[in-house]
Design a protein around this ligand. Structure first.
Ligand code: PLP
Length: 374
């Protein structure tokens, strides 16, 4: 029950060490950017910030795509923005599903009346070029959707060759980069990706609330050629881009302070240097893996497609998932994630994302887990 005392006290969230599947730890400078004075959404200062956010996102996505911006909403809003703008009712999409987020993309597409064909792989496995190529050739879809870093399983999907078979069939490639962006290379132009979305709360280490997206000129041409209106008013890129682009036409009031936070988070990424940041993520993943293996704990995903920022490991026999996770939280303030879907109760998901990818976090976690398993 909410007492009068609680209603009048300022909130005091506990300090956690965030080592789950997101959100990750947020740098104090990002939090303080968020606490800057709010300005209007058409204030010249804010328009400058928007331009800089777009520029920094282009650098991070390795793209020159003009239509690159931060959708107001979390990663799922980015997913929905891509799907609803690229597809009209009756259009066909092939979705590669090997975890929860491929499944979510298929669900979003089916809700707008698209024809959805799913290629499925067991959780933790990835797709071969041949199997995607075969289905795409047969189905001739408008769009092929795939997840780069499946946070639900800890598996990384390589994209470059899949992109080739998708484009041989003249389809558009849509990629979920929610967990990969900022923690490993995402090369939109080199890999010929037509549309991609991400989220702020993973390897960008910003609070959840914005979804970076980017669309190639092929994707924007497909959106311009639509015969029907986009089913979502809020996420209709033809209007959103007018605000982020030249005319600055009001569409919705941008979440000003979230964009301040993203601006600072992107500055931190670029200050560190992308290559340095990716090496840091990889090195901490290797350190965690060595420590866990010394404790007899195995990864749930094969060596050659493990994500550096999300480590899915098998819960040792006889150990209760929820007990250990609550001990980690209550005794040490460490949050990790449980398994999703068929991996529920069988795996732990240990995130080393952005600010949370630190050797001190790795050591703290290994020592804490050791205590909990005693
Ligand atoms: N896609 C992937 C790969 C994710 O990991 C997530 C979130 O965990 C999402 C999409 C959805 O993002 P959000 O929870 O920010 O809406």
């Amino acid at each position: 029950m909410i007492t009068e005392h609680h209603l009048h006290s300022p909130i005091q969230p506990p300090r956690r060490t965030l080592m789950g599947p997101g959100p990750s730890d947020v740098s104090p400078s990002v939090l303080s950017a968020m606490a800057s004075p709010t300005v209007g959404h058409l204030d010249p200062y804010f328009l400058q910030i928007m331009d800089e956010v777009q520029d920094m996102l282009r650098t991070l996505f390795h793209t020159t795509n003009e239509l690159t911006l931060a959708v107001s909403g979390t990663g799922s809003a980015g997913m929905e923005a891509c799907v609803v703008n690229l597809l009209e009712p009756g259009d066909k999409i092939v979705v590669c599903t090997n975890g929860v987020f491929g499944g979510r993309m298929a669900d979003v597409a089916s809700r707008i009346g698209a024809e959805v064909v799913q290629i499925e792989r067991p959780f933790g496995e990835v797709f071969s070029v041949e199997e995607v190529g075969e289905v795409v050739k047969k189905e001739q879809p408008k769009v092929v959707g795939i997840v780069h870093a499946e946070t639900s399983t800890g598996a990384v999907q390589s994209l470059k060759e899949i992109s080739e078979v998708v484009h041989e069939a003249d389809a558009l490639l849509l990629v979920d980069c929610v967990t990969s962006l900022g923690g490993m290379p995402v090369k939109i132009d080199e890999w010929n990706i037509d549309a991609a979305y991400s989220g702020t709360q993973k390897c960008l280490s910003c609070p959840p609330g914005l979804a970076p997206v980017t669309f190639s000129s092929r994707a924007t041409a497909a959106m311009d050629a639509r015969k029907t209106k986009v089913s979502s008013w809020y996420l209709d890129m033809s209007m959103v881009r007018a605000y982020w682009g030249g005319s600055r036409a009001y569409h919705h009031t941008a979440p000003i302070n979230m964009n301040f936070a993203l601006h600072q988070a992107l500055r931190l990424v670029l200050d560190e240097g992308m290559e340095n940041r990716f090496s840091r993520h990889y090195a901490n993943h290797c350190a965690l893996k060595a420590g866990l293996q010394a404790m007899g704990i195995q990864f749930a995903v094969a060596d050659d497609h493990q994500l550096p920022m999300l480590n899915a490991v098998k819960i040792p026999d006889g150990i209760d998932d929820a007990t250990i996770r609550s001990q980690l939280l209550n005794w040490f303030g460490i949050e990790i994630g449980g398994g999703l879907g068929p991996m529920k109760g069988k795996t732990w998901r240990i995130g080393l994302m952005g600010e949370s990818s630190q050797s001190s976090h790795v050591l703290l976690f290994l020592a804490a887990l050791d205590q909990c398993l005693l």
